[in-house]
Design a protein around this ligand. Sequence first.
Ligand code: PNW
Length: 537
Amino acid sequence: MIISIFLFSIFTFRFDLVKGDDVRKFPDYFKFGVSTAAHQIEGAWNVSDKGENIWDHLTHTKPSAIADGSNADVACDSYHLYKRDADMLVELGVDFYRFSISWSRLLPNGFSNKVSQDGLRYYNNLIDELLSRNITPFATLYHWDLPQKLQDLGGWTNPIIVNYFEDYARVAFESFGNRVKNWITINEIPQICTNGYAKDIYAPQVMSSGIGDYLCGHNALLSHARVWHLYNDTFRPTQKGRIGITLYSHWAEPESNSVEDKAISERGMQFLLGWQAHPIFSSEGDYPKVLKEAVYNRSMEQGYSHSRLPVFTLEEIKYLKGASDFLGLNHYTSVVFRNDNKTEWMSQFPNPSKERDLGYDSYFHANWPPTISAWFAVNPPGLKHLLNWIKNEYTNPEVIITENGYLTRGGLIDVDRINYINQNLQSVLEAILDDHCNVTAYSLWSLMDNYEWNDGYRFCFGLYEVDFKSENRTRRPRMSAYVYKEILRTRMINPYYLPSFSDFQYETYKSSASILQCHMKIFSISVIFLLMMHFLF
Ligand code: PNW
């Protein structure tokens, strides 16, 4: 028995946590945060003079676009409950809070001739509340909630958006820049442009596949650059903050180690991330060559008179290059691309489309645990590969992971989320300590359950559960909240950490049955292991 206990402890001891005498810790400069977005949490959709945005419009005119027919009219009601949100940030011990500003709350018509006093008051209160709790505000200007009045003019497909986005950003810098020193211009070009302007998934559901998505991306990149230059030239000298863009990328895992499969993965990465990152972060600027060639060639085959991918002028190429203080990265999952022209996969995508331009089928590796969502399977090493790809492709820019997280159907015992966080942070730690990737911060999605866009309230991403049926939108910490808190406190990952009984106030939880199940599982696995060892030796 003693031998088996000894062996058990040897087997379970994590050598990878310790290297030499040093515990594998996040460096001192590394910051931790949590993320949310205005439309997903604020509610108060028409309070005071707030203007309608494209998600208000879509959910009110076409509820069938949302899995559960819901909207974000109240959501987490953070408009009223932001002090409770600040309490939670303190409970977790985060360094910063990534939230977004609602364009149509600040500028009800989308234009800067009218600034909402109520919008100003709300964000001033939120920012002051955060600062009074010693939490750094990290503000995103655009997280998908375009004022409907601008969509009426074509939204992100109209090049005039660059001017209006600059006007909005100027008001935000003038109003909040004395206290907000960390800014993100735009969150996730692929989701805005592909889901919103190529498909009927996200608002505004403009189905202009293979044209509208590229045009949207083009104008979004130019808008970002305009606002970066505005901040850099006009506000940075006095406000002394920093500003970047948040991009989304899967990791494109090669199907095998063959040269051919690696080339497929590389081309896939250029279509996924290169499309958004190359114009800003590469030394030569502009879109990746493979993307330009592929879209041009297909466009010609399809009888267009020029490429469906818009062309940057030489002046624009220069203007975009280097126009970001850091690369904000959102990442959730990996994907495998496969050069499979024979199957029917292409028929599921319209012609033209970005998928057909890429020309690869995609799938999730059989070893990656699936999640409850069709777009998401779990492959934590993918994050490390992605960080290394960025390091090598763009000469190691500063990367801030602005989103990463896991979804469940609810419940307070979220062991799968805990594993996801531990394993993804392990991947980040290895990228920093072993590969010298310049990652300086990590922000978990999300502080609490919120309005998950076209999935409504059926998927939960929160460290805190939100009771959307209760009047006061009661928030309660999940088990993962305690685990994240412990990681932040110790600055290391202990995959065996479970919150103590007193931390995790079991008696207050309805789901005590599942806690018991969880403990029983751990207990029974240990007993079986010990017995096996006992009989073997
Ligand atoms: C991000 N995908 O969206 C957004 O920034 C958040 O607002 C959102 O709540 C969160 O991730 C979780 O969904 C994504 O299909 C949506 O790969 C879809 C994908 C990636 C990110």
